[in-house]
Design a protein around this ligand. Structure first.
Ligand SMILES: [Mg+2]
Ligand SMILES: [Zn+2]
Length: 281
């Protein structure tokens, strides 16, 4: 499926919680984290927390061991492997950091499934401390987006991805999966023919619910990893069939609840409308 680009958020989309909170909580530093949070951006707090934990004697290996125990959304790893095996191009866009993400993906043996990881850079300094930097250096300049935190605008990253897809010449479909308010900005960048998979009852879903008409992509909500896997597989099948038949998606229109409910690969596309319906079969 060279015609499909799948873009995953990481926290609460691939893993079942926030990796920053998981590491801080598991290493017993929740109180200090909560104290610092009102005083500086989240990304800066995480860098500070890594230094505090190092000062308390926590090592990189301690952090790695905690990351290896992170709860994964059941069904998501097989879904990633299947999408990769089908030839989809997979990327991650996340406001966590490269060290946390790569450690977890390596542990799950799915690092090679992703062609690109966009996240806050991180490195281990000469004293053995994990340092976390912003992907956008807001100390030098603002990225200019008031929807996003100062260190990262996922919408700007999405625009770069879209520009790179345009260079291929062939119209590629994007499927974007996410849960958080930081996923709203890139969701607004998706175009007609793209697909948005927000996690139901999470902040992105809530923001979309307030005004679904501003989203051009076709929306398919999901609640758990198994549902994510089923819908993702269905969308990839649908895009594949539409591409093979050289048909416009709108010619193949059937109600969206079929796409949400039925794992069988049948044509299931709708025009741009939000579909917050429960599966019916
Ligand atoms: Mg998330
Ligand atoms: Zn933004």
């Amino acid at each position: 499926m060279a015609g499909v680009d799948v873009v995953f958020d990481f926290d609460k989309t691939i893993i079942n919680l926030d990796s920053d909170n998981w590491v801080v909580d598991e290493l017993g530093a929740t109180d200090l984290f909560n104290e610092l949070l009102p005083t500086m951006p989240w990304n800066s707090v995480m860098d500070r927390m890594m230094m505090e934990l190092h000062a308390e004697g926590r090592t990189i290996d301690d952090i790695v061991e905690v990351l290896k125990r992170v709860p994964i959304l059941p069904g998501v790893v097989p879904a990633i492997k299947t999408a990769h095996a089908l030839g989809c191009n997979l990327r991650i866009v996340s406001d966590a950091n490269m060290f946390f993400i790569e450690t977890i993906l390596d542990h799950l043996e799915i690092r090679e499934c992703f062609s690109e990881i966009n996240s806050n850079p991180s490195f281990v300094d000469e004293e053995g401390r994990l340092r976390i930097r912003p992907i956008h250096n807001f100390h030098e300049s603002s990225h200019g987006c008031n929807l996003c935190p100062p260190n990262m605008c996922k919408g700007i990253i999405m625009e770069r991805i879209q520009a790179s897809l345009m260079l291929d010449g062939k119209k590629k479909k994007v499927i974007y999966l996410g849960d958080g308010s930081g996923d709203y900005c890139p969701s607004l960048k998706l175009g007609e023919g793209d697909f948005l998979m927000p996690r139901k009852n999470f902040p992105l879903w809530g923001l979309i619910s307030q005004n679904p008409l501003v989203i051009k992509a076709e929306i398919h909500e999901w609640s758990d990893g198994e549902e994510l896997a089923r819908i993702l597989s269905s969308l990839i099948n649908t895009i594949s069939m539409a591409g093979n038949a050289q048909l416009s998606p709108k010619i193949m229109a059937v109600p969206a609840y079929d796409a949400l409910a039925c794992p069988s690969p049948k044509p299931a596309m709708v025009a741009n409308s939000i579909q917050f319906k429960q599966p019916i079969c």
